[in-house]
Write a protein that binds this ligand. Structure first.
Ligand SMILES: O=C(O)CCC(=O)C(=O)O
Ligand SMILES: [Fe+2]
Length: 216
């Protein structure tokens, strides 16, 4: 955020897991939010996700490129309205490669052909339990961008859901990349911090966009 008293510095939480505060400026955040609002519209728009065990995810979701459902990918919103998933835009692919180049280097970025975006919307009570992003058939880094309210993002190890973990606050405009030895690390969002979005953005709640390579 501009004008912060103590600027937050980029940090590597684990090998291949890098947090860059304020990576998107206010303009880029507004543009991405506007696009998310379009993508969230039906058909194949924002939906509530139900898990096979009978649970309901509190974060609602829209997908681009490939439709994620628990636990796989499809070309249509198989657990929603059944419509074809919206295309993955080139602009997000570029953004993903730039994010990887800035955090993990040009070589990692060169091979990352992003083709999936999962966009999660969190209201003040929403959370996401510890999980691994493991339905992709490729090991390219996951690129995560946050908009709106801050959250506590919990990043663990690759072994168990309950292993050692680090909590970081992700704020609007922050980038978090996890690749290499951290690509299949457990992570989650235990808490959103309501009312912390930048006043000028015009978003109540939190959006997180993850860019992924499907390998499909
Ligand atoms: O909201 C976040 O920061 C994380 C989202 C996430 O882990 C996912 O979509 O798989
Ligand atoms: Fe995830």
């Amino acid at each position: 955020m501009d004008g912060e008293l103590f600027p937050r510095a980029p940090a590597e939480l684990a090998p291949g897991a890098v947090h860059v505060p304020g990576w998107l400026d206010a303009r880029a955040q507004r543009d991405l939010l506007r696009a998310c609002r379009e993508w969230a519209r039906p058909p194949a728009g924002l939906r509530t996700v139900h898990t096979p065990g009978g649970g309901t995810m509190s974060a609602r979701q829209v997908c681009l490129g490939w439709h994620w459902y628990p636990y796989g990918y499809a070309r249509t919103a198989v657990d929603g309205d059944g419509a074809p998933v919206k295309p993955f835009p080139d602009s997000l692919g570029e953004l993903g490669r730039r994010a990887v180049a800035d955090t993990l280097g040009d070589e990692a970025a060169r091979t990352a052909a992003y083709d999936i975006a999962l966009i999660n919307y969190y209201d003040g009570d929403a959370r996401m339990g510890m999980h691994r992003d493991s339905d992709e058939k490729a090991d390219a880094p996951v690129v995560s961008l946050s908009l709106g309210d801050s959250c506590v993002f919990r990043f663990g190890d690759t072994e168990t859901r309950t292993g050692p973990r680090t909590d970081v606050e992700l704020r609007s405009g922050d980038l978090f990349v996890f690749g290499g030895p951290s690509r299949f690390a457990y992570h989650g969002v235990p808490k959103v911090l309501p009312g912390t979005a930048p006043p000028g953005l015009g978003l109540t709640g939190r959006l997180n966009i993850t860019l992924r390579v499907s390998g499909l």
